[in-house]
Design a protein around this ligand. Structure first.
Ligand SMILES: CC(C)(COP(=O)(O)OP(=O)(O)OC[C@H]1O[C@@H](n2cnc3c(N)ncnc32)[C@H](O)[C@@H]1OP(=O)(O)O)[C@@H](O)C(=O)NCCC(=O)NCCS
Length: 250
């Protein structure tokens, strides 16, 4: 995911990319390097959050989100080899060996602490990996803490709401545990399912200054307040619809 620049709706947030040190590398290149395990040394990466946030195991009605493991190598290879999956991702074509190395890097991306730290969770359904949902820590300060969410789903599982369900769980983690003030999602405008997913989750398009922008990208933002209001409203309407059954997962 990358970011675009001009401000379409007046917004003061996110005011800057980071409260840590900005990287001179374009975001797409930096993320591609990071996903290949090539990162700046920790001591050059600036400020930290008050404590590290380690990868959780999150359970939803139909899915388990948990850290990646090498036993998923076959499923990961199939997933990342699908041209539909990689079309809008900065993922080169990888053979089995490189795919296994890529997955191995992901098994180590389990902690958010410093700017641009990356945390990735496998989306598991019925014991099988069907996708990936991730967070990049973009700004660490308590007042402007932001993370950028990413999502990938096996095309054979598309159209069932699994990406929505996984992203919702990750958003709960981002807002509830990491205490993000906002979550961004950046996607190529031509990536219709990704744009639709962002909107379904309540993200609104903004034009905010971000490094590594391409004109093809749309930047979406979900502010903490908007997310909390949406969750509260959803809970209310669910109670109204089914007062005896309590809340249910959608
Ligand atoms: C982006 C991506 C994750 C979206 O996947 P998706 O399957 O469209 O999203 P969901 O799993 O949430 O499914 C949503 C669809 O299921 C339907 N649906 C069924 N049950 C649902 C439920 N309980 N909740 C929500 N949606 C549900 C929705 O109506 C929607 O259908 P539609 O596409 O006909 O409108 C997927 O296209 C992908 O992995 N793309 C490749 C990777 C990529 O480009 N990632 C983004 C990089 S920026």
């Amino acid at each position: 995911m990358t970011h675009s620049k001009a401000l379409r709706h007046p917004t003061t947030w996110p005011a800057s990319e980071s409260s840590g040190r900005a990287s001179p590398l374009p975001r797409r290149l930096r993320d591609a390097l990071a996903s290949a395990g090539i990162r700046r040394p920790r001591f050059t990466r600036g400020a930290r959050t008050e404590r590290p946030f380690d990868a959780p195991v999150l359970r939803t009605a139909r899915l388990v989100l948990r850290p990646h493991r090498m036993s998923d190598a076959d499923a990961w290879f199939e997933l990342q080899s699908d041209p539909e999956v990689s079309r809008f991702l900065p993922w080169p074509r990888r053979d089995r060996r490189l795919s296994a190395r890529h997955l191995h890097d992901r098994t180590g991306h389990t902690r958010l602490w410093q700017t641009n730290d990356f945390l990735a969770l496998a989306i598991e359904k019925d014991g099988r990996l069907i996708g990936d949902v991730s967070l990049h820590l973009r700004a660490v300060g308590p007042a402007d803490r932001s993370v950028e969410i990413g999502w990938v789903l096996d095309p054979s599982e598309a159209g069932n709401g699994y990406a929505t369900e996984a992203a919702r769980a990750m958003l709960e983690f981002a807002f509830g545990v990491v205490k993000a003030r906002g979550v961004t999602a950046v996607t190529d405008r031509r990536n219709i399912p990704s744009v639709a997913l962002a909107k379904r989750l309540g993200f609104v398009e903004v034009q905010a200054p971000h490094a590594g922008a391409t004109p093809a990208d749309a930047v979406f933002l979900l502010a903490r307040g908007a997310h909390e209001a949406a969750v509260a409203l959803e809970g209310e309407s669910l109670h109204r619809a089914a007062p005896d059954r309590g809340t249910r997962h959608r």
